[in-house]
Design a protein around this ligand. Structure first.
Ligand code: GDG
Length: 734
């Protein structure tokens, strides 16, 4: 049986309505539906989403018609009760997440009951997915209404590959942190193997929230969870370019009789006021779209440049949306009043400055508007992407037209050639309108040519196929990891080898292996378990070596009386059983005086970090610093130190939240190998960080090497955490 893709979104890509107890179904034409067409219709797939109807509206006869119609389109409909819809959709999705993620904190409502409703409906979606999921299937979940779905699926089916795409912005940490349910939402999203955002900024904001709130390790665009990796990337959504281009070309071919009523009216307007230009504005009626500031900026333009009166007209299409949410009703009243006031203020007998439509229009009319307007004015206060901007440019087949676009739209990142404005700066918008009106055709063409090329190249199909490709790659990533997870069978096998051997030696790293990290490294100490394990290993005739980056004083305090071998500072110091400490290498330390001030300057500039001065190395610890700043500075310091170290035969080690600089030639690999003074027939090495890789690489091939954690490694096996390490070592002692 072939594996399938399950697409999940709040709404199905179908318009389902009931008239006289009969169900009418037509495919919807939205961007997402078009975008997913290649994945959905051409591939083996199933689309799960809300039908658009409430359970109260549906009787058994209607239900079976809906199910059948959905099935024909490879869809599966979920019905929601009125209460569910109110709490989940109009409530938590659109009164909490939507405003908060668009930085409208004053509109954001925190309501426990709505949160419960959101959770419940996310579970309902997940149940439907799980019922239809088979091994090997891939799940692609869309948008802010379903943030918890990936987590629920992953919990029930850990092996399934899950992608998630967020169509709206992800806000900065300072905004996101205000949410009472922030941990749950992040955990829900992290159920996915790949998380996609429109822009790098949203991706960055998300990573920052994950590392600050959940304190997970994030590296570039990868998040390390306990037992797996999550990839995060940006995939700027494109449009079905050919569809818009083709529609525009056909539009120009139309005879007078074939033209729509709207087009005839638009033509008449242009004929009666020669030299005038039309300015287009299209959005869902949503406070994020900045429609009110657009109108006010237009008013300011007419006041600042009165010579344009009767020369321009703002054609404004506002599509009704979420009218059950009070803020949208308020916005509707505000826009009505604004349009009325400005038309009242400026209209002449032959001219009304704003033509306002509050409804949705058929696709052909949309094309009429796109092709007839010389300027598009899109001023969202925040917008995940804004596809209208892209569609406008795609329909300008003769390359004329000027796009004025808010810098707060994701699309602005890819449309530099547009006139980019700050939607709150009316003066700048007025100037942009003047510039657009007066822009020479040759300049318009040159700008649009560049944008069109980009839009063509990265269209909607490319967007979905790139996402799917990256999602598939996450499967390979996991499989191609060199280290194998240590399973019970292998654990038993290694234990048997240990039991059968005569000469056995175990190299045990300390921090992150025998004990967990803590903010303050001085507070870390081995617990009773660790001591018991060591005693029992000794009783089984094992040579136990604690091999650590810590200084000899620290190891002495905790293990000095244990009659085992201790290796401190990555191999610089050695304490054999019952003997005193000795240095193993003849190393110089004259380099320290020049490197110390460099590290000190990083300590000064990075709160929460400190320098540890060891006998033959200097370490900069940043575990307690702000994770983002710490990571950034660590990169910087590591580069600076690498530059400086080349003259001194020093090496720079990037450890777990620590950067250490020390003499080359001193490393755990060399130190461990030196301990193999007799013919050992069982060698075991375990450790969690970069410095342990030297052991994994340099110890003899027959060594059992084990990495703690999921980072890339040369070890043969890995275990997840220190608890697993203890379990393994205890097994050795049985
Ligand atoms: C969300 C994010 C992100 C509009 N009016 C009519 C109509 N439309 C079509 C447009 C366009 C789509 O609706 C609107 O897409 P946008 O991207 O502009 O905005 P949102 O609806 O807010 O979408 C947004 C998007 O998701 C995708 O990820 O870009 O940032 O907020 O395709 O053409 N279509 C028809 N009649 C209309 O009256 N036929």
């Amino acid at each position: 049986m072939k594996n399938k893709t399950i697409i999940v979104s709040n709404r199905l890509p179908l318009q389902i309505s009931v008239e006289n107890n009969d169900v009418k179904v037509s495919p919807s034409v939205g961007g997402l539906a078009t975008g997913m067409k290649s994945v959905h219709q051409e591939g083996d797939s199933l689309w799960i989403g809300w039908s658009g109807l409430t359970e109260e509206e549906v009787n058994p006869k209607i239900q079976s018609q809906i199910d059948q119609a959905a099935k024909n389109e490879k869809c599966l409909a979920i019905n929601l009760t009125e209460k569910e819809l109110n709490d989940y959709y109009y409530g938590f999705s659109n009164r909490t997440i939507w405003p908060l993620f668009h930085y409208f904190m004053e509109y954001t409502k925190f309501d426990e009951q709505e949160w419960m409703g959101y959770k419940k409906v996310n579970e309902k979606f997940a149940e439907k997915i799980l019922e239809n999921l088979e091994d090997g299937d891939t799940v692609w979940v869309h948008d802010y209404q379903l943030l918890l779905v990936p987590g629920i699926i992953k919990k029930n089916k850990p092996k399934v590959t899950i992608g998630f795409f967020l169509h709206i912005p992800f806000p900065s940490y300072e905004v996101f942190r205000t949410l009472p349910w922030r941990e749950s939402l992040l955990q829900g999203m992290l159920g996915a193997d790949l998380l996609g955002f429109h822009t790098y900024d949203y991706e960055r904001h998300f990573l920052s929230s994950v590392s600050r709130i959940l304190r997970y390790e994030t590296q570039f665009n990868e998040i390390t969870l306990k037992n797996r990796l999550v990839k995060v990337d940006s995939f700027p959504m494109g449009i079905d370019y050919e569809k818009f281009e083709q529609a525009a070309l056909e539009h120009y071919e139309k005879t007078q009789e074939q033209k729509s009523e709207l087009q005839v009216r638009l033509d008449q307007h242009l004929e009666t006021t020669p030299g005038s230009k039309m300015i287009l504005s299209i959005d869902r009626l949503d406070y994020t779209k900045g429609i009110a500031n657009r109108i006010r900026a237009f008013e300011h333009f007419l006041e600042k440049y009165p010579e344009f009166k009767e020369k321009v007209r703002l054609i404004m299409l506002a599509v009704p949306s979420r009218s059950n949410v009070p803020q949208y009703q308020k916005l509707k009243r505000e826009i009505d009043e604004l349009v009325g006031r400005i038309n009242g203020k400026f209209s002449t007998v032959s001219w009304t400055p704003i033509w306002y439509f509050f409804r949705s229009m058929p696709f052909d009319n949309l094309i009429d508007l796109y092709t007839s307007c010389d300027i598009a004015l899109l001023t969202p206060r925040r917008d995940g992407m804004n596809l209208v901007a892209k569609e406008y440019v795609a329909t300008r087949t003769d390359l004329s037209g000027v796009l004025i676009l808010s810098e707060m739209a994701g699309a602005a990142h890819e449309m530099n050639e547009a006139l980019i404005i700050n939607p709150n700066n009316y003066d700048q918008i007025a100037d942009a309108l003047k510039q657009a009106y007066e822009m020479p055709l040759i300049e318009q063409k040159s700008r649009n040519r560049t944008i069109q090329k980009r839009l063509k190249r990265y269209g909607i199909k490319k967007w979905s196929s790139e996402f799917i490709k990256a999602l598939e790659a996450t499967k390979v990533n996991h499989i191609s990891k060199k280290a194998k997870q240590l399973d019970e069978r292998t654990k038993t096998y290694i234990t048997e080898q240990l039991n059968n051997a005569t000469n056995k030696i175990l190299f045990l790293d300390f921090d992150g292996t025998l004990v967990n990290f803590q903010d303050d490294p001085e507070k870390v100490a081995p617990d009773q378990d660790v001591y018991e394990i060591i005693e029992k290993l000794k009783n089984k005739n094992c040579d136990v070596v604690i091999i650590s980056g810590r200084d000899k004083e620290f190891l002495n305090t905790h293990f000095g009386d244990k009659n085992i071998t201790l290796i401190a500072e990555h191999g610089l110091w050695l304490k054999k059983k019952n003997e005193d400490w000795e240095t193993t290498e003849n190393v110089k330390k004259n380099w320290m005086s020049s490197i110390r001030p460099v590290i000190e300057s990083f300590v000064d500039r990075t709160p929460g970090t400190f320098m540890e001065e060891k006998n033959y190395s200097l370490a900069w610890h940043y575990r307690k610093s702000d994770p983002e700043l710490g990571g950034q500075r660590a990169n910087e310091l590591s580069n600076v130190l690498k530059d400086l170290s080349s003259n001194h035969d020093l090496s720079v080690l990037n450890g777990n939240k620590v950067i250490e600089i020390k003499n080359s030639g001193v490393n755990k690999g060399r130190a461990a190998t030196k301990q193999l003074t007799k013919k050992y027939d069982f060698i075991f090495a375990i450790g969690d960080d970069w410095t342990d890789e030297y052991m994994f690489r340099e110890l003899p091939d027959e060594t059992f090497t084990v990495k703690v954690g999921l980072q890339k490694t040369d070890a043969e096996y890995y275990v997840e955490d220190t608890a697993e390490v203890k379990k393994l070592l205890k097994k050795f002692t049985e």
